[in-house]
Design a protein around this ligand. Structure first.
Ligand SMILES: CC(C)(COP(=O)(O)OP(=O)(O)OC[C@H]1O[C@@H](n2cnc3c(N)ncnc32)[C@H](O)[C@@H]1OP(=O)(O)O)[C@@H](O)C(=O)NCCC(=O)NCCS
Length: 161
């Protein structure tokens, strides 16, 4: 399948938001858990991150139609720089989505590479992302490996009394 990737412009924001929402629904989030003003929240975030965090969106195009997208930006995770090898600039890839009928032919990997290339140009020394259970092999193929970072969700049930 022939597809191309182009960098998104602000005119694409509504489409990026719709793909992002779709990606969450596929990952098991319910409609009820979506912010009521998800379009507005997305637009505000992306405008700020474009200005201050080097955010770029990429659109996957087939026969002139947008069939997927991904976003990436630099994230702040700074600690005292005692280790020489520690990368100071960290990029994050998120919102990777390809329309179901166009999957399995490398579109996701193409979008991922566009994001990695962009973060590389911004000087990132490390790229992070959060994998879903089914997309793990896509990332591993591109050289990602899991870290020992653990997460704790602070819910009403497990908060300290
Ligand atoms: C993940 C996703 C963008 C991959 O798109 P794609 O164009 O099929 O990607 P590629 O053809 O480059 O790679 C295919 C890989 O995608 C992954 N994949 C396949 N079906 C998937 C699905 N329904 N959901 C997530 N990942 C999937 C697998 O790792 C597959 O590789 P494998 O066949 O060796 O197991 C696409 O499946 C998608 O939009 N899924 C729903 C949203 C999502 O899970 N996004 C990632 C969040 S971390």
């Amino acid at each position: 399948m022939a597809f191309a990737v182009r960098e998104a412009t602000p005119e694409d924001d509504a489409m990026l938001a719709a793909f992002y929402r779709q990606h969450w629904l596929e990952l098991g989030v319910s409609e009820a858990d979506m912010a009521e003003d998800w379009r507005g929240e997305f637009a505000a975030f992306i405008a700020e991150a474009r200005q201050r965090r080097g955010l770029a969106g990429f659109v996957l195009v087939n026969a002139g139609l947008a069939i997927g997208s991904a976003c990436c930006h630099l994230v702040e995770r700074r600690f005292p720089p005692l280790l020489r090898v520690e990368a100071r600039r960290i990029g994050y890839v998120w919102a990777l989505f390809v329309e179901p009928k166009f999957r399995g032919v490398g579109g996701g990997a193409t979008l991922l590479n566009a994001c990695i290339g962009h973060l590389q140009k911004l000087g990132a020394g490390r790229v992070l992302l959060h994998s879903g259970p089914r997309s793990r092999s896509l990332y591993m193929r591109r050289g990602f490996s899991s870290t020992d970072e653990l997460g704790l969700r602070l819910t009403p049930q497990n908060r300290l009394k």
